[in-house]
Design a protein around this ligand. Structure first.
Ligand SMILES: [Zn+2]
Ligand SMILES: [Zn+2]
Length: 317
C-alpha cells in the first residue's frame, strides 16, 4: 500500500537518531509535572490525530562516558549508518503520552538515562507516546530526495525537541511512498486505555449483541480468554461511537447496497437506525492492531446476512 492509502493524513515528522520501536519519546524542559503536560500538549497539537513520519538524522549522538564500548550502543551506531538521512516508518500514536518509565519498566529506563541523560537532567524522552499502529517505508528513501532542498531544510536542518508540522506540499511529496504494516507491540496500551472508557459507558443492547456475534470465540482465538471480554466491550463501545457519528452526519444507510430507510414511503416516524445493523468488518484484527471506528460498517439486514454467510464460507475454505 501507499501512504495515500492510510485512513488519515500524515500531519507531522519526527527526527530521531535511534529508530523508534514501540514508542516515540520527547524531552520536556524540566522534570516537573507541569513541564511534562506542556510537552504532551505541544506534541498532541502538532500531530493533531494524524500519522507521524519518522526520519533518522545524519548525525549520531555520543553516549555518556562509560558507554562508548557498550555493545548495545555499538549495535545501534552500526544500524544507524544504514538509516541516516532516510524516512523509515510511519506511526500512529496513542492520544495521550505515558511516563516512559511505565512503558520500559524502571530498570530499562534507568539504563537509558545512564546512557543518554544530560548530567542531572534524567528525563530524556520521558514523555513517551506509545506507537499503536506502525508501517515500514519499503524503500527508505533519503528525505532530501523526497522533499527537495527547501522542505528538507525547513523540517530537518535544525534539531528540534518537538515534531515538524508538515505543509500541503510536503504531504503531497510523501503520498506515493510504499509502506507495509507491521504489528505494533503497544497496540494493547491504546486498547487498554479505552477499556476504561468502555467500562464507564452505557452500551446499547442491540449493538452489544451484534458485536458479540461478530467477535465470536473463533474470531478472537489468539487472545487470552479473560481479555476477550474486554476486547468485546471495547469493540461494542467503538461500534456505538460509530453509530453516533453516522447519526450526526445523517448517513444512516447501508454501506453495501446503499439502502436508505429515509427514502421509503409509508414508514415516516420510524427511526431509520432501527432498520440497519452495525457490523465489525475485521474481527480477526482485534488484538493484532489498534482498531478504530473505521473498522465498522452500517448494513441493511439482508446485506448483513450475506456478509455473515460469506465469513462462514471463508472460515470453512
Ligand atoms: Zn444493504
Ligand atoms: Zn455482523
Amino acid at each position: 500500500m501507499k501512504i495515500s492509502d492510510l485512513p488519515g493524513p500524515i500531519t507531522a515528522s519526527k527526527a530521531d537518531w535511534l529508530a523508534g520501536t514501540t514508542w516515540l519519546g520527547f524531552t520536556p524542559t524540566n522534570g516537573s509535572l507541569q513541564s511534562r503536560s506542556q510537552c504532551q500538549g505541544t506534541i498532541q497539537r502538532q500531530y493533531a490525530g494524524g500519522y507521524v513520519i519518522e526520519y533518522i538524522t545524519e548525525q549520531f549522538s555520543e553516549p555518556n562516558p562509560g558507554f562508548e564500548t557498550d555493545p548495545q550502543y555499538l549495535a545501534e551506531r552500526e544500524a544507524h549508518k544504514e538509516l541516516a538521512g532516510r524516512f523509515i516508518a510511519v506511526h500512529k500514536l496513542r492520544t495521550s503520552a505515558r511516563p516512559l518509565e511505565t512503558i520500559l519498566g524502571p530498570e530499562e529506563f534507568t539504563r537509558l538515562q545512564d546512557m543518554w541523560a544530560q548530567g542531572e537532567k534524567r528525563w530524556r524522552w520521558s514523555v513517551a507516546f506509545p506507537i499503536v499502529e506502525t508501517y515500514d517505508i519499503t524503500d527508505r528513501p533519503k528525505a532530501k530526495d523526497v522533499l527537495g532542498k527547501t522542505g528538507y531544510r525547513r523540517l530537518f536542518q535544525r534539531s528540534s525537541a518537538t515534531l515538524g508540522v508538515l505543509n500541503e506540499e510536503e504531504r503531497a511529496a510523501l503520498a506515493d511512498l510504499e509502506i507495509e504494516q507491521r504489528p505494533a507491540a503497544n497496540a494493547w496500551i491504546g486498547i487498554e486505555d479505552e477499556f476504561v472508557l468502555a467500562e464507564a459507558s452505557e452500551i446499547d443492547d442491540r449493538i452489544r449483541r451484534a458485536i458479540e456475534r461478530d467477535l465470536s470465540d473463533g474470531a478472537l482465538e489468539g487472545i487470552e480468554v479473560e481479555r476477550r471480554v474486554k476486547v468485546r466491550k471495547r469493540a461494542a463501545w467503538l461500534a456505538q461511537e460509530f453509530v453516533k457519528r453516522r447519526r450526526r452526519e445523517k448517513t444512516l444507510h447501508c454501506d453495501a447496497c446503499e439502502f436508505d430507510p429515509s427514502t421509503v414511503s409509508g414508514i415516516e416516524g420510524i427511526n431509520p437506525r432501527s432498520l440497519l445493523d452495525v457490523h465489525h468488518m475485521h474481527p480477526l484484527d482485534e488484538g493484532a492492531r489498534y482498531t478504530t471506528i473505521k473498522d465498522f460498517a452500517m448494513l441493511c439486514p439482508t446485506c448483513h446476512r450475506v456478509e455473515h454467510a460469506r465469513i462462514k464460507v471463508a472460515a470453512k475454505g
